[in-house]
Write a protein that binds this ligand. Sequence first.
Ligand SMILES: [Zn+2]
Length: 310
Amino acid sequence: MSRPAPVVFSPDYECDIGRHVFPTQKFRLVRDTLLADGALDARDLIPAAPAPRADLLLVHTPEYLDDLEHLRWTHRTRMSELPLSPAIVHAYVLAAGGTTRAAAEALVHGVGVHLGGGFHHAFADLASGFCYINDLAVAIRVQQRDGRVRRAAVVDCDLHQGNGTAHVFRDDPEVFTFSIHQEHLYPIKEQSDLDIGLDNGVGDEEFNRRLAAALPRVWEHRPELVLYQAGADPYEDDQLGALRLTIEGLKTRDALVLEGCATRGIPVVVTLGGGYARQVADTVRIHRNTCALALALAARGATEPRRDTP
Ligand SMILES: [Zn+2]
């Protein structure tokens, strides 16, 4: 049995965003569920720390960060579908620190789990959707800056396209961006290195068949780190989407990505992404399953980084 994978979390991810479809309590509930069913030991929880401005500047422009810091409603910030408050900005800066920490842990343990993050709609100089800071991009850029990795990939299985991530890395051959999502839906699409736009009504079989067929393109990139955006919103009872995955189908999706990384010795980071099920408990269950699988793989020692393997 290898060392358990650390799990990054902050209670401050739960904040007041007014009446909203985004349940910010889900982060706490996922943690509580993992602790209650024994998938997570409280001793393995690591508190997220705010990302330093120097780290955020690897992705975001100073003008945009100034807007956020001073809570200014400008053309850069008002594309968000969230209010702008000190607690909300803090939650996003924390989430960027959280994914960065989980990535560093993944490079040691093979798996890093962040009970947060996945804010893939944020651009370098523009908020978008429910995203102010692109934690996925910040985490990759920090590992590159610090010389821990050169090549990375983002596997984005959220209902929505990872438009911000695609745009941030659009001219970077070292970072492969892959997004599988509902085509006819927010956002206006950017071009990832690989996009699969699914028709409304697609369910478990087609989603997972097309995901399995696409993942070899990710492995061919020979990433030294994979950021997994494991959005819960392809779920059949999601309020925002029209994909029709079941909870079991989403477990198969997670296994394709996480076991795919594990068998190749590629360090992988779980981030939660979206999730707007009519019943918040369903969103929590889906995220819990993703994290529990990642932790089980880590406990099996299935994910020890092996740098020499394509
Ligand atoms: Zn989403």
